[in-house]
Design a binder for this molecule. Structure first.
Ligand code: SAM
Length: 225
């Protein structure tokens, strides 16, 4: 088993344990009082969705974004939720059944291996992409699948600029006890995400949120000439 496989197994085990209470505990994520819902609403607004659109939610977890996405795409649209962890998807399935949505489908897959459906209008990932070691490849695969003018939006946590290493370690250890913190700090995955989006998409916008502890990145696939 490679180090990547071991990290993935650990991540799945961690989210299996979290799945049952995720909807409640995630309200305290990364710390109590953090404006997560405001950030989430902003990310969804940034997608620029219209009724009837198809959107892919990468690493959708229990589907916390689904009600917000449903509101904009409506019953004529389509939502595809993708996640690695079976238990998180089981909660997402419960949400779909309870809400009576017939336009949401779920795929259990590693984002790195997911075959994006061609011609989607938008792709979203919230609080997950920095956990994916192959995040740059995922951005590229998604960008290739977008329709002309389609939007890719990533919202996730990051370290604020100029944070001393020891403080970063302390701070992130309190909010991400499950992740390989040292690796996350050293990899600085938000930089790879930014570079990949810059490379693959037109009109990249990069906004730092809440004192630089999160970022909202968005770009569109260029329209065919
Ligand atoms: C913090 S949760 C975020 C869930 C959801 N996006 C939200 O905003 O509530 C992170 C999710 O990412 C998923 N995940 C992590 N790495 C993944 C990967 N490589 N491929 C697919 N899903 C992944 C986990 O299973 C988990 O459900």
């Amino acid at each position: 088993m490679t180090q990547t496989d071991r990290t993935r197994e650990h991540l799945i085990e961690t989210y299996r344990k979290k799945a049952k209470r995720y909807d409640i505990t995630s309200r305290l994520y990364p710390v109590p009082g953090y404006p997560q819902r405001t950030q989430r609403l902003r990310a969804i607004h940034t997608l620029g969705l219209r009724p009837g659109d198809t959107v892919v939610d990468i690493a959708c977890g229990t589907g916390l974004n689904f009600p917000l996405l449903e509101k904009v795409v409506g019953p004529g649209g389509r939502i595809v939720g993708v996640d690695l962890t079976d238990a998180m998807l089981a909660r997402a399935q419960d949400r779909i059944a309870a809400s009576g949505w017939s336009n949401v489908s779920l795929v259990q897959a590693d984002a790195a291996d997911f075959d994006f459906p061609a011609g989607v209008n938008a792709i979203l990932s919230t609080y997950a992409m920095t956990q994916v070691p192959e995040c740059a490849e995922v951005i590229a695969h998604g960008a290739a699948a977008l329709s002309g003018g389609g939007r890719w939006v990533v919202l996730d946590l990051k370290l604020p600029g100029n944070t001393p290493g020891w403080l970063a370690k302390f701070g992130t250890a309190t909010v991400r006890p499950f992740a390989a913190i040292d690796q996350w700090i050293m990899r600085r995955p938000w930089e790879a995400i930014r570079a990949a989006m810059q490379e693959e998409l037109a009109d990249l916008s990069w906004t730092e949120l809440f004192f630089g502890t999160a970022f909202l990145a968005a770009g569109s696939r260029a329209l065919e000439p």
